[in-house]
Write a protein that binds this ligand. Structure first.
Ligand SMILES: Cc1cc2nc3c(=O)[nH]c(=O)nc-3n(C[C@H](O)[C@H](O)[C@H](O)COP(=O)(O)O)c2cc1C
Length: 102
């Protein structure tokens, strides 16, 4: 299935939070599918960004594709990907932590 974002100016909800919500929907679907015993993968691939397919997908002029959620039963083992070294990409910003503690 396809998850889209149709974020627009709203009196209470910032556009950014609407965009984030579509990601949260997709992530929750991923977790729910896994918790129900299925495998799931969140993919965008080139077709999510192809202007010529927008009508075929039924998107309005403002809508963006957050991803396609592929859910099914595993037929074979997944191949592992290269993983980053966690210390290279994870940072604790102490200043932020101090602000939040106030
Ligand atoms: C928004 C989004 C789009 C993604 N699109 C692709 C994609 O087009 N092709 C791909 O190989 N992986 C894509 N991924 C990554 C995988 O679906 C998956 O999230 C990634 O492999 C991490 O899961 P893993 O650590 O279990 O492998 C995407 C992930 C996100 C969050």
């Amino acid at each position: 299935m396809c998850i889209t974002s149709d974020a627009r100016t709203h009196p209470k909800i910032p556009e950014w939070e609407q965009v984030l919500s579509s990601g949260a929907v997709a992530m929750n679907m991923l977790v729910a599918a896994n918790a129900s015993g299925f495998d799931a993968q969140w993919l965008t691939e080139w077709y999510s960004y192809d202007e010529s397919l927008r009508d075929d997908f039924g998107l309005n002029e403002n809508e963006k594709i957050a991803g396609f959620m592929h859910i099914g039963t595993r037929q074979f083992s997944k191949t592992e990907r290269d993983r980053p070294v966690i210390e290279d990409i994870y940072t604790v910003i102490e200043r932020c932590m101090n602000v939040l503690r106030c």
